[in-house]
Design a protein around this ligand. Structure first.
Ligand code: HEM
Length: 499
């Protein structure tokens, strides 16, 4: 009976065919068109990477990015398919590049001065078409960038050394506040406090509670990182993104209050010239109608989070590396003694601190805090012989590039890697070109000034058994150590006498 049911010969064909034929034909046609599309789609891309596989490829690659984070996923695909790979993020074609020639091309050209990320996620943290860091509206970004460039170069840069020394000495004199019962120092918190204080003294100049703002910055950063690639559907469920929205709102409100104080101060000062800084320039731009209040708030917020988010982690990694490499430490101390002696470091010393500079570069190469740069193609182009459509997302995997090209001992931490001048296309920790890190020069000055001021007074040691390599990184938008208290702690031993 079963056979009879399955055997079409038993049906009255003349009854069945006319009834099912139109639906079957349409379905068959649709499936054929779909398969043709899939086939044609797969044919069009010659870029290495996972296959489209009827849409399964895009789903799987997006899941990997969501599950492991951008950094780990980018390394996974580059290791598997080479240094020029095509994947998908949220259905959008995304290239992951770790080849210096292609990276250089993208950084140099004006039509890659946009970034990508979830619009709703960026909206949630106030970065969508606002501020600078993830502002992907080219004309708005062009208006805003000069305010940052001006504040982060010229006279601002000259004052930086003194501001860094002042903040470092202040927080070293209050070391107890970041020291545990066991006598260990929470280095990351110490660095964040120094960074925020320096940034405030340079760009806003309003008294603030550093510890409170540092906590809010950390939560803001977590929210930004968590929401950056989320699919739109995530934002339909309010309880899922509520805590991130709140973190962003908390920091925004705190900054708003500080800006209000700044406004009041500006309206009462006698000599305006002496009070001109980054925040004042933006407030006046808003008064003229050039920028919206929301944008001014976001720009000041981003300027205040930039150093605590990047430099504090970088300096923490550097102190761990110094503690693990006593011979490197000895060379640095020798140079500090020869160039600076007993006095404090000055801005004129910076160019003479060659060993310190090599150490900073090698640390950023070996253990970068920002290993990735995210861009979007604003026009059709050809990169390294591959056709790239307008709208393609691009991830420049700088962390990997610094480990697979040019350097003699790529997997070792050694100053030998920077013994000779490294051509700049092979080493780009701050990016390059029109959308490079706006703080690249100030960051170098800050790192030198803080390192020298601290190392003149203390030698540092990791807690027994801890080294940089075994500290878990979440390897996402930027690399952060595992933030459990003990992994961030180090022992600070006062040096005998001054150098
Ligand atoms: C070790 C420290 C730092 C590293 C490694 C770093 C690295 C980077 C990188 C790789 C980018 C993206 C560049 C690109 O797309 O090509 C960037 C962007 C940026 N950085 Fe930094 N940065 C550091 C410190 C700072 C500091 C101290 C400031 C300011 C006080 C700053 C301000 C900015 C800004 C405003 C942008 C966005 C530029 C734009 O989109 O136009 N950075 N940074």
């Amino acid at each position: 009976m079963l056979l009879e049911t399955l055997n079409p010969m038993y049906y009255n064909i003349s009854h069945v065919v006319p009834e099912v034929s139109p639906t079957a034909t349409v379905s068959l046609l649709l499936v054929s068109c779909f398969l043709l599309l899939v086939w044609r789609y797969e044919e069009t891309s010659s870029i290495p990477g996972p296959g489209y596989c009827m849409g399964l490829g895009p789903v799987l690659s997006y899941c990997r990015f969501l599950r492991t984070g951008i950094g780990s996923a980018a390394n996974y695909y580059n290791n598997l398919y080479g240094d020029f790979v095509r994947v998908w993020i949220n259905g959008e074609e995304t290239l992951i590049i770790s080849k210096s020639s292609a990276t250089f091309h993208v950084m140099k050209h004006e039509h890659y001065t946009s970034r990508f990320g979830s619009r709703l996620g960026l909206q949630c943290v106030g970065m969508n078409e606002n501020g600078i860091i993830f502002n992907s509206n080219p004309s708005l970004w062009k208006e805003i960038r000069p305010y940052f460039s001006k504040a982060l170069s010229g006279p601002g840069l000259v004052q930086t050394t003194d501001m860094c020394i002042k903040s470092t000495l202040t927080y070293l004199s209050r070391l107890k506040e970041v020291t545990t019962e066991n006598g260990n120092v929470n280095v990351l918190t110490l660095m964040r406090l120094i960074m925020l204080d320096t940034s405030n003294n340079l760009f806003l100049r309003i008294p603030l509670d550093e510890s409170e703002i540092v906590l809010k910055i950390q939560k803001y950063f977590d929210a930004w990182q968590a929401l950056l690639l989320k699919p739109d559907i995530f934002f339909k469920i309010s309880w899922m993104y509520y805590k991130y929205e709140k973190s962003a709102k908390d920091l925004k409100e705190a900054i708003e209050k500080l800006i209000e104080k700044k406004r009041k101060k500006l309206s009462t000062v006698e000599r305006l010239e002496e009070n001109m800084d980054f925040a004042s320039e933006l407030i006046f731009a808003q008064n003229r109608g050039d920028l919206s209040a929301d944008n001014v708030n976001q720009c000041i917020l981003e300027m205040l989070i930039a150093a605590p988010d990047t430099l504090s982690v970088t300096l923490y990694f550097m102190l761990m590396l110094i503690a693990q490499h006593p011979r490197v430490e000895a060379k640095i101390m020798e140079e500090i003694k020869a160039v600076i002696g007993d006095r404090e470091v000055r801005s004129t010393d910076m160019q003479n601190l060659k060993v310190v500079e090599s150490f900073i570069c090698e640390s950023m190469r070996y253990q970068p805090v920002v290993g990735l740069v995210m861009r979007k193609a604003l026009a059709d182009d050809v990169i390294d012989g591959y056709y790239v459509k307008k709208g393609t997302n691009i991830i420049l995997n700088l962390g990997r590039m610094h480990r697979v090209e040019y350097f003699q001992k790529p997997n070792e931490f050694t100053l030998e890697n920077f013994q000779k001048n490294v051509p700049y296309r092979y080493f780009q920790p701050f990016g390059f070109g029109p959308r490079a890190c706006a703080g690249k020069y100030i960051a170098m000055v800050m790192m030198k000034a803080i390192l020298v001021t601290l190392l003149k007074r203390y030698s540092v040691q990791p807690i027994m058994g801890r080294c940089l390599e075994n500290i878990q990184n979440n390897n996402d938008l930027s690399v952060h150590p595992d933030e459990t208290q003990s992994s961030l702690e180090m022992v600070f031993l006062p040096r005998n006498g001054t150098i």
